[in-house]
Design a protein around this ligand. Sequence first.
Ligand SMILES: Nc1ncnc2c1ncn2[C@@H]1O[C@H](COP(=O)(O)OP(=O)(O)OP(=O)(O)O)[C@@H](O)[C@H]1O
Length: 270
Amino acid sequence: MTAPEASLLVVLSIAGVSKEFQLKGGAKVTALASTTLDIKEGEFVSVIGPSGCGKSTLFNIIGGLLESDTGRILVDGREIRGSHKDIGMVFQEESVFPWRTVIGNVTLPLEIAGVPKKERYERAMHFVELVGLTGFENRRPSELSGGMRQRTALARTLASEPRILLMDEPFAALDEQTRMLIGDKIVQIWRELNQTTLLITHNLTEAIQLSDRVVVMSYRPGTIKQIVQIELPRPRTSEIISSEPFRRYLGQIWQDLREEATRGMIESKI
Ligand SMILES: Nc1ncnc2c1ncn2[C@@H]1O[C@H](COP(=O)(O)OP(=O)(O)OP(=O)(O)O)[C@@H](O)[C@H]1O
């Protein structure tokens, strides 16, 4: 069963996007071969693949931080170039401003948008609460754990209320328990905001727990190898991970992923 809120309208289209990088010495690497994917309004899609398969390249192209060699990114059927107000990004590395408190970080996009002080505080507090940081709003990032800092970054992106949320391995640096609990939080937030979400990850459990569809990428040149529709009932808390249907998805997707990860290890001589 897909999320009940998901409609059939395509909101984000990745149409024949590819990217090649020129390395020092003249060699070239195809980071992304022609990749096409449509994401529907309210859908949660994860992109999973071995290290170096082009996940971040795809993320950066969608977010407008990198130009593709071929293809187009479309929102509501219209081509976009560069960053777009409807797309919010949460990055792999910590991206909070250390000199600002939690609330100071979360109000920033609202400040930039010219939202009056009282309103921006109220709106920001809503997102602070949503990510579970109530009581910590006056702390500075140095007084928080890594997971709390990532949740601050998430709240800041959410505060600008983008229709499409892009996340590039936002929990990669966190320990397993924190990851799972944040996974629960993401499910809750996604249900509340019904935001179209694209998550880049190399964590299979996380991808299955959160997604309507899991997109498996091949190792170099990176492109879509398989798309798996996850038909697990929602809401899905981390408890679902030990269920039999969950483990079947895990086994099925892991087969494809293992092939690509093995190829990656051999080709990059790990
Ligand atoms: N700016 C760049 N210049 C040259 N090569 C690059 C550049 N950015 C990425 N690459 C190469 O493109 C390929 C894909 O990189 P990318 O970071 O998109 O992979 P990834 O799947 O996100 O990897 P990881 O899971 O390790 O973050 C890799 O071989 C990488 O070395």
